[in-house]
Design a protein around this ligand. Structure first.
Ligand code: ATR
Length: 289
């Protein structure tokens, strides 16, 4: 039996053990998966001991994703771009690989569970913290027509745009901010929450506002015709952002599918088999209600 765990602080309410045990049952993989509370300054020591003592892989959640990034011997491209690691995997040579499956989980949920298109669409990403950064590379990989990043602190949105201006489908097209200065066609752009360059097809809330029951002060005009709105946060009730977007006429979804999706990507990295997300997501959804 191979040993896995999810590490965080707090960790009591993590759904990851349920998700991974369901994946294991579904695929016939023989694994043990626990949750582990670790002191705020204790990640590296815990991880070192875990992998020395035959642990095969860790999921890493708040506040340890940067510690995990430093701990890894080697990073995948998407982990390097995210600057954060949510999955550690022991490799055959004994070294530990760091990956970030959050963005892939988001994109998989949008495309394969919700059946919302991304290719050729106008996408608004709200927030410019760790969650937004992790979504950038997988999102750009789907070749949206444009991605605009709106953040309460506009400077952080501009930083993110500058960092990703050379990536993916927006390669070489440059970046602009909503004040109008630009150095290309502006397919990747940044602004504050009050600014917007038109209605969007897909709005993704990657800010942590929903965690505090708050709503980023966005103008209703961002919700274009047929708009879809996604909140990375999930819960038994719709978030304030989801209620607001629904009132503006958007189709809405929460981040439970992203949670199961990132777990599936981690499981696939560890076990070499991709589990089915839909039945596990449906089961969790009924348990959450
Ligand atoms: P995470 O890892 O969840 O992304 P983070 O890196 O601390 O957490 O980033 C939080 C993001 O949510 C930031 O973009 C933050 O905006 P600022 O850069 O201006 O701080 C955004 N955010 C948090 N609370 C918010 C609120 N009440 N309204 C709007 N944006 C909010």
């Amino acid at each position: 039996t191979d040993h896995y765990a999810v590490v965080g602080n707090p960790i009591a309410h993590s759904l990851s053990p349920r998700i991974h045990r369901a994946f294991a049952a579904q695929t016939g993989e023989d694994i043990r998966y626990e949750k582990q509370l670790v002191e705020k300054d204790g990640f590296a020591e815990f991880a070192r001991n875990f992998f020395t003592a035959s642990g095969r892989g860790l999921n890493v959640t708040v506040p340890f994703k940067l510690d995990a990034c430093e701990f890894a011997d080697e990073l995948t491209e998407r982990a390097r771009a995210a600057g954060a690691v949510n999955t550690l995997a022991k490799q055959d040579d004994g070294s530990v690989l760091g990956d970030n499956t959050d963005g892939a989980g988001l994109v998989a949920d949008i495309l394969h569970n919700l059946h919302w298109p991304i290719r050729g669409k106008k996408v608004l990403l709200v927030g410019a913290g760790g969650a937004a950064r992790g979504a950038m590379l997988p999102l750009l990989g789907e070749e949206p027509a444009l991605v605009h990043i709106a953040n309460r602190t506009m400077q952080k949105a501009e930083q993110l745009v500058a960092e990703f201006a050379g990536h993916g489908s927006l390669n070489g097209r440059g970046a602009q901010n909503s004040r109008g200065s630009q150095n290309g066609c502006g397919a990747l752009s940044a602004g504050g929450l009050e600014f917007f360059p038109g209605g969007f097809d897909l709005v993704i809330n990657a800010s942590s506002a929903s965690l505090g029951g708050e709503l980023p002060p966005l103008p209703p005009e961002i919700i274009g015709p047929g708009c879809k709105a996604y909140d990375m946060v999930y819960g038994a009730e719709p978030t304030p952002f989801m209620r607001w977007a629904r009132d503006c006429g958007a189709e809405v979804a929460d981040g439970l599918g992203m949670l199961v999706g990132q777990a599936a990507e981690s499981f696939a990295l560890w076990r070499g088999v991709m589990p089915q997300v839909a039945p596990v997501l449906a089961q969790l959804r009924t348990e959450l209600q």
